[in-house]
Design a binder for this molecule. Structure first.
Ligand SMILES: *Cc1c(COP(=O)(O)O)cnc(C)c1O
Length: 428
């Protein structure tokens, strides 16, 4: 079934590290070797051996309207014909900036970069520039890209590989990083009691990087209110949730406004785009208006901008958020009923089009609880799903994503796969 993937994997090992360009693509925690993909269309993805899968990875989020949507393809091809990169401004940057600032009312201005990692690096720098303070609080289990200062207690990728942090990060780089516990405001307050130089708190407003973990009722609102009393900024890392939880991200959904918002993934529709934005007063710190330097040769790349504009425009027209809730709820029910049928311990966390089944019997509201999951069970489940035509992220701690291209037939096929996979887990 995987002969060609197997062969490419072996070839890939020679000049690529582990044959992958991002460790989350390795199959370290589920065993076996990574699949090599040939193409994708709509809700489906096809590997080099010709196996077709319902895609719940969606490039880890970006492909929210499915693969190769007609409008997007047309816009990108049109942009290609005008040139690939100019090192000068283009009208499309203004158009995408307006779409983004309209979606996030707290953003007056936005700066485009090339990845989520870059967006967060810059957002954190901006918080420091604006407040004149150095320390940043992050939550255990939240992932904010691979920059040195936030690569501690950083969730899925590291958890999957059982790494506490990253080698090569000097102590000095994390000395201004403080760790708090998700859904626990007291753990934030404690840091403020002990330090008077905290610039802000960075958070995934709905966490997708320790598996999906949802903020409890008023956690975000209370956090934001508290930060205001401390003159510290709330940095919303909406790289995953932006345009996914709602068009205006988790903030629109939860009724909380951050001071600085970081975006990625969906914003480029599969092309490398990240962004950070804030109200004028804050963005005026950024060069050329202010003294915070941040730059990029390919930032605002015309092809990527065309991908972003067409994806977001189509997404806005489709407004699939209600549909996501319905499909998400259906899949959740399918999972829970199969678990019950085969007496497998399972907790499903879901928020709109992001979801995770955890193989555990305890609730999962933070990183510690997520880690009670049985990853051996997940590995068995994962491979049965693959064999039955459903492409999942190869880790217990990565979110599953839904696209608006999913069909009723896909869901039926998925239900059959889940039944078989859950049976396999119960027979371990
Ligand atoms: C994916 C992700 C990032 C990093 O984005 P890249 O484009 O992979 O650099 C940062 N923060 C969150 C919340 C993410 O999900």
């Amino acid at each position: 079934m995987f002969k060609k993937s197997q062969k490419l994997y072996e070839q890939g090992l020679v000049n690529l590290v582990g044959a992958v360009n991002s460790p989350v693509r390795a199959f370290s925690s589920v065993g076996g070797n990574p699949l090599f993909i040939k193409k994708a269309k709509g809700s489906k993805i096809t590997d080099v051996d010709g196996n077709e899968y319902i895609d719940l990875v969606l490039s880890y989020g970006p492909m929210i309207i499915g693969h190769r949507h007609k409008q997007v393809q047309r816009a990108v091809v049109k942009a290609l014909k005008n040139g690939y990169s100019f090192g000068a401004s283009t009208e499309n940057e203004i158009i995408l900036a307006k779409i983004v600032c309209d979606a996030f009312p707290e953003m007056d201005k936005v700066r485009f970069v090339n990845s989520g990692t870059e967006a967060v690096i810059s957002g954190v720098r901006l918080a420091r520039a604006f407040t004149g303070k150095d320390k940043i609080i992050k939550f255990a289990g939240c992932y904010h890209g691979h920059q040195d200062s936030l690569l501690v207690a950083a969730g899925s990728g590291l958890a999957t590989l059982s790494l506490p942090g990253s080698k090569g990060v000097p102590e000095g780089a994390v000395k201004n990083t403080l760790i708090a516990e998700y859904n626990n405001l007291e753990s934030v307050k404690k840091h403020f009691d002990e330090h008077n130089d905290i610039a802000g708190v960075i958070i995934e407003p709905i966490c997708g990087n320790m598996g999906v973990v949802i903020p409890q009722k008023s956690f975000l609102k209370e956090l934001k209110d508290y930060l205001e009393t401390k003159n510290a900024l709330l940095i919303a890392d909406e790289v995953m949730t932006g345009f996914r939880s709602k068009f205006g991200g988790a903030q629109e959904l939860l009724g909380v406004t951050a001071d600085i918002t970081c975006l990625g993934k969906v914003i480029g529709g599969g092309f490398p785009v990240g962004a950070y934005g804030a109200r004028n007063e804050i963005m005026e710190e950024v060069a050329p208006l202010g003294g915070m330097y941040q730059a990029g040769t390919l930032s605002g790349n015309p092809i990527a901008m065309a991908g972003g504009i067409s994806t977001l425009t189509e997404l806005q027209n489709q407004d699939p958020y209600k549909k996501f809730n319905i499909i998400g709820n259906t899949i959740e029910t399918i999972l829970l009923e199969a678990a019950k049928k085969y007496s497998v311990d399972l907790v499903v966390n879901r928020f709109g089009s992001m979801m995770n089944p955890f193989f555990t019997n305890s609730q999962v509201t933070n990183f510690k609880e997520a880690q009670t999951s049985d990853i051996k069970k997940f590995a068995v489940f994962f491979w049965e799903m693959i064999k039955n035509g459903v492409f999942l992220p190869p880790s217990q701690f990565e979110a599953w994503f839904l696209s608006s291209a999913l069909t009723v037939r896909d869901i039926k096929k998925l239900a059959i796969a889940v039944d078989k996979a859950m049976m396999a887990v119960s027979e371990m």
